[in-house]
Design a protein around this ligand. Structure first.
Ligand code: HEM
Length: 449
C-alpha cells in the first residue's frame, strides 16, 4: 500500500468554530442516508481532517479523518474515550447491558479477555471446513441463467456458520427454528436502533412491543442452548468445539464462570456484529470484482497457481473501498483537545472510516479497486480501519477475513458469475452497515463446478 507520511496532530488550539455543514439536521441526515460514502468523502474534502455532522436525536458528531487523530482516539485513555457508552445509545436494546460492545473500562476489558481467545487467529482455522461446506451447500441453491441477488445467499452462509461455529447448534430442526427467530429479530431491530424515539409503547402493534416480543422469543431459544451446551460440558463431552462451549469453560479473574445473562449478551453481540457485516463484505467483494475484470482475472490466476496473497489483498481492498461500517464512535468522559479544537465532555468523536479510506494522500487513486496496493505494503493501523482499533478493535476481524477468503475462493473458483448491469451498485445504509443498493445482482452462467 502506498503510504504517505502520517501528519502530526495540530497542537495549537483553533479559535474558530468547528467546520461542517450548516444545513438543518434533517437535511444532513437525508444527505447521509442518500449516499453515506460519498457524503463523508465530500465532507472531508471540503472541510479537512475534522468536521461535524448533525443528526436528529443523536445531535452533533465530530468526525476525524486523519491517521494521527485516529491514533489519538484509538490509543488514548479508554476511560476518557468511551466506546461502550457511545455504542449503547444505538445497540443496547439488542445486545444488552453485559455486552462487550456496550461496556466500558474494567467491565469491558473483563468481557473482552473472555471473548478474545475463541476468535484468536489460530483457533478459528478449525472452522475452515465448516465454512467451505456451508458455502458449497448454499451455492447449490443458485438459479442458473437468470439474475438474482447474491447478498441474501452470502448472509445465509455467514448465518449458517455462526449458528454452528458459535452457538454449536447442529440439529436441523433446531437450526430451522433458530433461523426463523433470528430473521424475525433482525427485521425488528433496525428501526429500534436507528430511531431511539420509537423505544416506547405506542400500542401493541407498534415497533417497540413487537421488537420486545421477538427479542424474548430469541432469548428463550438462546437460554435453552446455553442449558444444553452446559449439560454437555458438565458431562465431559469434548466433541463440541463451538465458541459457546469454550465460553462456558472460561473464567473471570476471580475464578467465577460467566453468568447466563453475560453469555446471552455476548452471543447476541457476536450474532449481531458478525453475520450481516461479513455477508455484506462478501457481497461487496463480488460486486467490485465483477466490475473490475482485470482484478478478477488476476485473482483467478493467482488461486490456480496456489497463491493466497492476492486473495487476502482483495479482501482488504474490498473493505477499504466499501467499508461495511462507515464510522466508529467514542464519547468523551472529560473535555479534550482534538485536532486543536477544545471539545466538551459528552461530545461524540467519530473515526470517519469511509473518509480516511478515500484520502488521495493515503490511498492514491482511491476510486480504483486495486488489491495490489496491499501487496506493496502492509495495511496501516490508523489509515485502513474497517475494524476500528485500539482496545475496541473488532474481536471478529481475523474470523471475518478468514471467512471472506474461504467463501470468495469458492465463488471465484467454482462459479461463472457475471453482472446483469455493468454499472456500479449504489451504496445504501442497511441497519448500521453500508450495503450494495441492489444486493449484488448476478447471473450464474452455468451450474457451479
Ligand atoms: C467484515 C466484517 C466485520 C466488520 C467490518 C466489523 C467491524 C467492526 C467495527 C468497526 C467495530 C468497532 C471497533 C471500534 O469501536 O474501534 C467492531 C467491533 C466488534 N466486532 Fe466486528 N466486524 C466484522 C465482523 C465481526 C465478526 C465476524 C465478529 C464476531 C465473530 C465481530 C465481533 C465484534 C465485537 C465483539 C466487537 C466489539 C469489540 C469491543 O468493543 O471491544 N465482528 N467490528
Amino acid at each position: 500500500m502506498e503510504q504517505a507520511t502520517i501528519p502530526r496532530p495540530t497542537a495549537a488550539p483553533h479559535s474558530g468554530r468547528l467546520p461542517g455543514s450548516r444545513a438543518p439536521s434533517p437535511v444532513q441526515a437525508l444527505r447521509y442516508a442518500r449516499d453515506p460514502l460519498g457524503f463523508l468523502i465530500r465532507l472531508q474534502r471540503s472541510y479537512g481532517d475534522v468536521f461535524t455532522l448533525t443528526f436528529p436525536f443523536f445531535g452533533r458528531l465530530v468526525y476525524v479523518a486523519d491517521p494521527a487523530l485516529v491514533k489519538e482516539l484509538f490509543t488514548g485513555s479508554p476511560e476518557q474515550f468511551h466506546a461502550g457508552e457511545a455504542n449503547a445509545t444505538v445497540l443496547e436494546p439488542a445486545v444488552g447491558p453485559n455486552s462487550v460492545l456496550t461496556l466500558d473500562d474494567a467491565p469491558h476489558m473483563q468481557q473482552r479477555k473472555l471473548l478474545l481467545p475463541p476468535f484468536h487467529g489460530e483457533r478459528i482455522h478449525r472452522y475452515g471446513e465448516l465454512i467451505r461446506e456451508m458455502t458449497r451447500r448454499e451455492m447449490e441453491t443458485w438459479p442458473v441463467g437468470e439474475p438474482f441477488a447474491l447478498r441474501p445467499h452470502t448472509q445465509r452462509i455467514t448465518l449458517a456458520v455462526i449458528m454452528r461455529a458459535v452457538f454449536g447448534v447442529h440439529d436441523e430442526e433446531r437450526l430451522a427454528r433458530f433461523e426463523r427467530l433470528i430473521d424475525d429479530f433482525s427485521k425488528r431491530v433496525g428501526l429500534i436502533t436507528t430511531f431511539p424515539a420509537l423505544r416506547r409503547n405506542f400500542g401493541p402493534g407498534s415497533p417497540w412491543p413487537r421488537f420486545l416480543r421477538s427479542r424474548e422469543a430469541l432469548d428463550e431459544f438462546i437460554y435453552e442452548e446455553i442449558g444444553l451446551r452446559r449439560a454437555e460440558v458438565a458431562a465431559g463431552d469434548e466433541s463440541h468445539d463451538d465458541v459457546l462451549s469454550l465460553l462456558l469453560q472460561a473464567r473471570h479473574d476471580d475464578g467465577s464462570p460467566m453468568s447466563d445473562e453475560e453469555l446471552r449478551d455476548e452471543l447476541v453481540t457476536v450474532l449481531g456484529a458478525g453475520h450481516e457485516t461479513t455477508a455484506t463484505g462478501l457481497a461487496w467483494a463480488m460486486e467490485r470484482l465483477l466490475r473490475t475484470p482485470r482484478v478478477l482475472a488476476r485473482l483467478r490466476e493467482s488461486l490456480a497457481a496456489g497463491e493466497d496473497d492476492y486473495l487476502d489483498a482483495t479482501v482488504k481492498e474490498t473493505l477499504r473501498a466499501r467499508p461495511v461500517i462507515v464510522d466508529v464512535a467514542r464519547k468523551l468522559t472529560a473535555p479534550a483537545r482534538i485536532g486543536g479544537y477544545d471539545l466538551p465532555k459528552g461530545t461524540f468523536v467519530m473515526a470517519a472510516i469511509a473518509a480516511l479510506h478515500y484520502r488521495e494522500d493515503l490511498f492514491p487513486q482511491p476510486e480504483e479497486f486495486r488489491p495490489e496496493r496491499f501487496l506493496e505494503e502492509k495495511a496501516d493501523n490508523y489509515a485502513w480501519i474497517p475494524f476500528g482499533g485500539g482496545v475496541r478493535r473488532c474481536i471478529g476481524a481475523a474470523f471475518a477475513e478468514y471467512e471472506m477468503r474461504i467463501v470468495l475462493r469458492e465463488f471465484v473458483e467454482r462459479a461463472a458469475l457475471s453482472a446483469p448491469d455493468p454499472r456500479p451498485e449504489k451504496v445504501r445504509v442497511r441497519n448500521i452497515t453500508l450495503a450494495p443498493g441492489r444486493s449484488t445482482r448476478v447471473i450464474l452462467e452455468r451450474p457451479c463446478a
